[in-house]
Design a protein around this ligand. Structure first.
Ligand SMILES: Nc1ncnc2c1ncn2[C@@H]1O[C@H](COP(=O)(O)OP(=O)(O)OP(=O)(O)O)[C@@H](O)[C@H]1O
Ligand SMILES: *[C@@H]1O[C@H](CO)[C@@H](O)[C@H](O)[C@H]1NC(C)=O
Ligand SMILES: *[C@@H]1O[C@H](CO)[C@@H](O)[C@H](O)[C@H]1NC(C)=O
Ligand SMILES: *[C@@H]1O[C@H](CO)[C@@H](O)[C@H](O)[C@H]1NC(C)=O
Ligand SMILES: [Mg+2]
Length: 580
């Protein structure tokens, strides 16, 4: 290495990975105190004569489950395979959505299905994906800077949807650890960033000429204190959003807890496919999908470009699809009963209205945005980011819906905003000074029994005193502001004089004020054990519970006040399947 040690001491290396449902990518910024700062975003698809900020989130394994290829290359290789080859290999796409599925509790054993129906554990698929992105990023760093650096030289940032549950975030951490991104002792070198938050950080820095002007009323974000805006990350899988206020000094405060849904860009693709199936009826489309999967992939790829438009469009109909159709009847006949579609000498013509109709499902997001705007935070802007924000239909709809109340903005490269902002976030996570808690959190406590307040079946007696057990001791309310690095404290008393060990169980709920920890809607999220070696204080001893909610994740410590003994801190959201 040719740089001096003094220089290295102040070097700060960051790599951010945006692991998306549809596309993934990374960016890094290597800055040293006296060199020009270098911020780099990898461009993908050179071999496909493309230059995109992300590559498809597709991964290919051989029949022994060994990783082969990722991204455009994986897609191209899978498309080229003959049927018997494709039957052996495992090809995965859109798998990030598995972590958003209802009931996902972070199980390490959960399996997901490849395109051919074969299965692999989700943890392996995620680990191999992160492993690939990690090595490719380190390779790119060497290529662009000439420096050979290792994973341990960097702070890594991993983006996740803000609406993800803690268990899903924890799962990503586990996969990152298995991929060798961070090691056991170095866990704090992995930062989890929330996608819309990262985009917000990026957009806030952008000068006026970095926003799209077409049709949009305003072309710059007022960056001064007091500005309030919603950032809507329109991705392939999820659309999620966050509401920020700019504070004096430029820090950000979250005004409304993260919200969103799973109606991202892929719902439009799905509608387009349904439409093709409707045109090529009588099983023609199904036969085409079965026999020519690679052509279908290509067609879907072409559609990505049509998705940007808001006009009548045409998509090429391949020779094979035409042949299959002609075998049944004259191809023009297929178009007679379908509205919005016509045959135009080898191409399928789709009317503007039909194209717009594919968006109907995803445009429901505007109701959710509208609800927030109505809450009267006096929001100044709606900022659209993510690849799906490239769609004119989506942008125009947002203008129609919101331009009366606030300004609608979209950066010129909306898909890059997330990963670029994530780099900034990695450098300074405290730029978001406070967030809204999405849940009410609490611990199970015992309270002196009061007949007028508590159910008789909750009564226990210890050392001659009556207690009510399972009382929900509130630590934090849903919707409450939580400041970065702020800890909330709670004192838990002992029930037994000679108690030498205490287990503190943590719970959460979307309800405001539950009474017991086993009420409906309350779930356990983890527990901490503390040793209480010194029993001389008897029941007067106290255990202090400290919770750090402020970052994008939760950590808890329980301390025996007398001995100073501390409980292990980690919340275990990762649950093994019952059978293992
Ligand atoms: N140029 C474009 N025009 C229109 N749509 C596009 C364009 N580029 C990408 N998209 C669409 O945007 C979506 C992908 O955006 P993005 O990369 O932000 O999502 P993601 O990060 O993979 O998904 P998520 O954030 O939900 O995990 C896809 O539905 C894709 O079809
Ligand atoms: C890289 O990070 C430094 C430090 O935050 C920042 O000043 C610089 O603008 C970044 N580079 C780019 C190109 O954004
Ligand atoms: C990178 O990490 C290695 C080992 O972890 C260390 O020896 C080396 O000094 C680091 N390099 C820089 C530039 O920090
Ligand atoms: C946006 O521009 C299109 C043409 O580019 C036009 O038809 C449409 O009416 C415009 N919408 C608004 C709200 O200005
Ligand atoms: Mg995304």
């Amino acid at each position: 290495m040719n740089s001096s040690p003094e220089l290295d001491a102040v070097v700060s290396f960051i790599i951010a990975i945006d692991f998306g449902t549809a596309y993934s990518g990374y960016a890094f910024n290597i800055t040293s105190s006296d060199k020009e700062s270098d911020h780099h975003l990898k461009r993908w698809g050179k071999e496909q004569r493309l230059e995109t900020p992300k590559t498809p989130t597709c991964i290919l394994f051989n029949e022994d489950g060994k990783f082969m290829l990722f991204g455009y290359e994986a897609k191209a290789a899978y498309i080229k395979m003959r049927e018997e080859e494709a039957k052996k290999h495992l090809f995965f796409e859109n798998f990030k959505m598995a972590l958003y599925a209802k009931g996902f509790k972070g199980s390490k054993d959960m399996k997901i299905k490849a395109a051919n129906g074969k299965e692999m554990t989700a943890l392996k698929v995620f680990t191999e994906t992160l492993g690939y992105l990690k090595s490719d990023a380190l390779k790119t760093v060497t290529e662009t800077t000439g420096r050979k650096l290792q994973a341990s030289n960097f702070t890594w940032v991993l983006t996740v949807p803000a609406i993800w549950d803690h268990s899903a975030k924890q799962f990503m951490r586990e996969a990152a650890a298995q991929a060798g991104i961070v090691t056991e002792g170095d866990k704090n070198k992995l930062v989890i960033a929330l996608e819309p938050e990262a985009a917000s950080i990026w957009c806030k820095k952008l000068p006026a000429d970095c926003f799209i002007t077409q049709n949009l009323s305003e072309n710059a974000l007022d960056q001064s204190a007091g500005t309030k805006y919603i950032v809507v990350d329109c991705g392939g899988g999820t659309i999620d959003m966050t509401v920020h206020e700019v504070l004096r000094g430029g820090a950000l405060k979250e005004l409304h807890k993260a919200s969103g849904n799973d109606l991202g860009g892929q719902t439009v693709d799905r509608k387009f496919k349904e439409f093709l199936r409707e045109i090529f009826c009588d099983g023609v489309w199904d036969e085409y999908e079965r026999n020519y999967p690679s052509e279908v992939q290509e067609m879907m790829y072409d559609f990505t470009f049509l998705k940007q438009l808001d006009e009548d469009v045409e998509i090429y109909c391949s020779f094979n699809l035409g042949m299959l159709a002609q075998k049944k009847q004259n191809i023009e006949k297929f178009f007679e009963s379908v509205e919005g579609a016509s045959w135009d000498e080898g191409a399928i013509k789709i009317s503007r209205n039909k194209l717009r109709s594919f968006f109907a499902e995803s445009l429901k997001i505007s109701e959710e945005i509208g609800e927030i705007i109505k809450k009267d935070f006096s929001i100044d802007y709606v900022l659209l980011v993510g690849g799906f924000a490239n769609s004119l239909v989506l942008r125009q709809h947002s203008i129609d819906q919101f331009s009366k109340r606030c300004k609608v903005l979209c950066p010129v490269s909306p898909q890059e905003a997330i990963v670029r902002g994530a780099v900034e976030f990695g450098r300074n996570p405290e730029v978001v000074v406070s967030r809204k808690s999405r849940f009410t959190y609490g611990v199970a406590v015992c309270e002196p029994f009061d007949e007028s307040k508590y159910k008789p079946e909750k009564k226990i007696t210890a050392d001659g005193k009556d207690w009510c057990q399972d009382v929900f001791g509130r630590l934090l309310d849903e919707g409450q502001d939580v400041y970065c690095k702020e800890t909330t404290e709670h004192v838990v008393c002992l029930v037994n004089e000679n108690q030498k060990l205490m287990e503190i169980r943590f719970y959460r709920t979307e309800r405001k004020d539950p009474k017991y920890v086993d009420d409906w809607g309350v779930e356990e999220v983890g527990s901490v054990k503390v040793d209480l070696p010194d029993i001389t204080g008897g029941r007067e001893r106290e255990v202090r519970v400290e919770i750090l909610f402020g970052s994008t994740e939760i950590t808890a410590t329980a301390t025996d006040v007398v001995s100073g003994s501390e409980g292990s801190v980690s919340f275990n959201f990762l649950t093994e399947a019952e059978t293992s």
